[in-house]
Design a protein around this ligand. Structure first.
Ligand code: SF4
Length: 414
């Protein structure tokens, strides 16, 4: 596969490059302008064909479009699960993964594509309005400006909700918009049972492309089982961080090379509920390809750890942050995750008991919270400890001698 790079200029308020490997779809047009207003959007993508529910579902089924927010749930299944009666579409643009910027790149630089998909979906399921939930003013301004340009923009509401890893979870966003605290509810019930469809920003942009292309053309790139492209936010020890659009199934080595990653030590994929994988160039960046390597596409995050940082220290730092992000409503978050963070910190400091204790605490939290945060955090830690077993040995025998450079970002990135 040839890496064909499109590198548009930096956009105002967003110091990230957006580029593609192969022909861009979601990022099309950004090689010519930092932001696509409605005329530029229509010149790039053309008008959106009218669509009813039958066509939306048939196209989604045919193209096997999975959600791009983290869970990878098929969008068509979510639509079919909607309870009858009053329907609501919420686009979750909170993007609370610290290493992820792809949704904000879409909303700030090519907002009409996401709005096309969300409004088409809203129309198809019989919802009156679309609510776009974001956590920062710059993104809100961009989406509001786009809505005012469109004849159907009166059906778009933009709401700023609290930022935070757990408060960006779909059910927490629904609760916030409905006037409650920005926390997941105390039970694992999907919003669809109340007629609420929470969709990711990239998922809506993908739907807009699919409705224009049709399933046949949509499948001209990607893999037979996972057609199309996906967005990745690439960061860490790379010379060219940014948001990159790739055909699904692109080998990891091509992305690492295009991002100017020299001598990677490990790669975190999917985000902080994702996994650590070895930097093996042949690994295919698709849900199936990553699963066979012990990884996950998740939220489309790809962070490279260089050999110049202490990877175990990086893991301890993120684990501590994940423990602090919980709402502490449930036992696994009140006790389990802080204990797990202490274990990894102890291991990084060379205490052998940290390893067995970490495995025990990870098992203890699994499946016991009211949301997926403890499970996801425990999986992330376990995959890191498995991949870094040589590092663990080094730390048990005096340490690796490298500083913790913070190549894995933590906190809310504007
Ligand atoms: S498991 Fe943790 S993050 Fe999830 S609802 Fe309970 S306390 Fe909150």
């Amino acid at each position: 596969m040839t890496a064909l790079l499109h590198r548009p200029a930096l956009a105002p308020n967003l110091d990230l490059h957006a580029w593609s490997i192969g022909a861009p779809r979601l990022l099309a047009g950004l090689q010519h302008a930092p932001r696509l207003d409605l005329p530029a959007h229509l010149a790039t993508h053309g008008p959106l064909p009218g669509s009813d529910l039958e066509r939306v579902l048939a196209y989604l089924d045919s193209a096997s479009v999975a959600g791009r927010g983290g869970a990878g749930f098929p969008l068509a299944t979510k639509i079919r699960a909607l309870a009858p009666g009053r329907r609501e579409v919420i686009v979750n643009g909170t993007e609370s993964e610290p290493a992820s910027r792809k949704d904000r790149v879409l909303m700030r630089r090519t907002p009409h594509l996401m709005l096309d998909g969300a409004l088409a979906l809203s129309h198809a399921i019989g919802s009156r309005n679309v609510t776009v939930a974001v956590h920062d003013e710059a993104t809100a301004q961009s989406v509001r400006a786009a809505a005012t340009e469109r004849p159907d923009g009166k059906h778009v509401r933009v709401k700023i909700v609290p930022g935070g890893f757990v408060s960006g979870e779909a059910r927490a966003v629904v609760r916030t918009l409905h006037g409650s605290a920005a926390l997941p509810p105390g039970r694992r019930t999907p919003p669809t049972v109340d007629g609420v469809l929470v969709a990711n920003v990239e998922s809506m942009a993908q739907l807009a492309v699919l409705l224009r292309y049709g399933p046949h053309r949509f499948a001209e790139t990607g893999t037979p089982d996972e057609p199309g492209t996906t967005l990745l936010t690439v960061g860490g020890a790379v010379g060219r961080p940014g948001v990159v659009e790739i055909p699904l199934g692109t080998p990891l080595g091509i992305v690492l090379s295009a991002a100017q990653s020299a001598d990677p030590q490990a790669v975190v994929v999917g985000g902080y509920h994702g996994s650590w994988i070895a930097p093996i160039g042949q690994i295919r960046l698709s849900r199936a390809g990553l699963a066979s390597a012990g990884g996950t596409l998740g939220a489309g995050v790809l962070v490279v750890l260089g050999h110049n940082t202490c990877s175990l220290g990086e893991l301890a730092r993120v684990t501590g942050w994940l423990a602090g992000e919980s709402a502490r409503q449930c036992g696994p978050c009140r006790f389990g995750l802080p204990a797990l963070a202490a274990d990894v910190t102890a291991l990084a400091a060379g205490h052998v008991a940290g390893l067995s204790s970490a495995f025990a605490h990870a098992r203890a939290v699994d499946g016991r919270g009211a949301c997926a945060h403890p499970d996801g955090a425990a999986r992330f830690v376990m995959s890191g400890l498995h991949l870094l077993h040589d590092e663990n040995d080094l730390h048990l025998h005096g340490g690796c001698g490298r500083p913790v450079l913070g190549q894995l970002p933590i906190g809310l990135v504007p």
